[in-house]
Ligand binder design. Structure first.
Ligand code: PGA
Length: 266
């Protein structure tokens, strides 16, 4: 079936801070980011800018954004598949919603690799996020070995298909295609590679959640995104934003990425 690109999808530029910046540093960072983007007259109707701080920063980020009315949104880097109970160290989607999180990343490749998260668990986490009114940012992507043995799209398609089996039809989700070999390596995928997989992933969303959801769903590319390559990804019809790691920790660089629409030739 054909799912075409829809220019009404507002691009999402998402900064995944990983294990960086404590709550005091998060305040200084978000303040500077907001000022930089406002000085540059970024049109926040045309791009959504989100930060994903460590859990311990979220309350500080929430207080600052709400007190100063910054047009920024935020989310968590993970969420428990459980709502409450004897799960030491877990964070409930209910708690994140109470702190005004909009999004929760689930299934980042670092959690899949270091914490052995399965596709089923990623689906359960996505479902938990949705249950609490958070939009899950479901991460998928192939390793260099997967790329060699199965090609670029087989593993991400499989990961997303299994995760979405737990997600209600027509749910609001974001998908992040992040080839593991491109994360933190300085070797980004090409825009063509990202587009080819993103198009496949949109078909998976259509199949699992319906055509309307597929048209609405933003599919991000992640893996060594910088201000110098962001515009080329966003020119692709099925790429609707970026999940940015390293480059999201430098305010001026992240602000330039958020301002990709002002780059020459866009
Ligand atoms: P990177 O990380 O931008 O540093 O490659 C991306 C990610 O892990 O989300």
């Amino acid at each position: 079936m054909a799912v075409t690109s829809d220019s009404t999808r507002i691009p999402l530029i998402a900064g995944n801070w990983k294990l960086n910046l404590d709550h005091l540093q998060s305040i200084a960072f978000v303040q500077k980011l907001a000022w930089t983007l406002q000085d540059a007259k970024l049109d926040f109707r045309k791009v959504e800018v989100a930060v994903f701080p460590p859990f311990t920063d979220i309350r500080s980020v929430q207080s600052l954004i709400s007190a100063d009315h910054y047009p920024l949104v935020f989310g968590s880097q993970d969420v428990s598949e459980h709502d409450s109970g004897a799960f030491t160290g877990e964070i409930s989607g209910a708690f994140l919603k109470a702190l005004d999180c909009s999004y929760a990343i689930v299934g980042h490749s670092e959690r899949r690799e270091y914490h052995h998260e399965t596709n089923e668990q990623v689906g359960a986490k996505a479902a938990a996020a949705i249950r609490h009114g958070l939009v899950p940012v479901i991460c998928v992507g192939e390793t260099a070995e997967d790329l060699e043995s199965r090609g670029p799209s087989a593993v991400p398609v499989e990961q997303l298909t299994i995760a979405l089996a737990a997600v209600p039809k027509n749910a609001d989700i974001v998908v992040a295609y992040e080839p593991v070999w491109a994360i933190g390596s300085g070797q980004a995928a090409t825009p063509d590679q990202a587009e080819a997989v993103a198009a496949q992933l949109r078909l998976v969303v259509a199949e699992a959640l319906g055509n309307d959801a597929a048209e609405r769903t933003r599919i991000l590319y992640g893996g060594s995104v910088k201000s110098g390559n962001i515009a080329s990804f966003l020119r692709e019809p099925n790429v609707d934003g970026a999940l940015v790691g390293g480059a999201s920790l430098v305010v001026d660089e992240f602000a330039k990425i958020a301002r990709f629409q002002s780059h020459v030739g866009v």
